[in-house]
Design a protein around this ligand. Structure first.
Ligand code: SF4
Ligand code: SF4
Length: 120
């Protein structure tokens, strides 16, 4: 009967395991892979990223740029495996995995589909 009480008192003296997110954040390892970033200026619309993606996360969509209509990757980030294959095959290295951790903070799943403009 006294055991739960003893455990509770012990727990009070222990370090907290959780943090007050989002004010407090855990430090990330160097190898952490987060939100994809796209440099729209250097994308050559080759679709290599779309073809290599193992989880069909990338869809090429048309967007209007200064140079006219161009196809660029749209990412359904909820399906991303953070495997970095798209980064590896991108010829101009304009699609890269960033360090952004706030990827899934949403009440609306539709916001997880990121248009090319939102990846800049
Ligand atoms: S990191 Fe992998 S899963 Fe995510 S978009 Fe790139 S290829 Fe697809
Ligand atoms: S992001 Fe890279 S791989 Fe994807 S279409 Fe643009 S240039 Fe090609």
């Amino acid at each position: 009967m006294i055991e739960p009480l003893v455990e509770t008192v012990k727990a009070l003296g222990r370090k907290r395991f959780t943090v007050e997110y989002p004010e407090e954040r855990e430090s990330l390892p160097d190898s952490y892979r987060g939100m994809l970033k796209l440099d729209m200026e250097t994308c050559i619309s080759c679709s290599a990223c779309e073809k290599i993606c193992p989880n069909k996360t990338i869809t090429m969509v048309e967007i209007i740029t200064d140079k006219g209509l161009k196809k660029m990757p749209q990412i359904g980030i909820e399906r991303c495996l953070f495997c970095a294959l798209c980064e590896e095959v991108c010829p101009p290295k304009c699609l890269t995995l960033g360090k952004d951790t706030d990827i899934y903070e949403t009440y609306d799943k539709r916001t997880l589909i990121k248009r090319p403009e939102e990846l800049e």
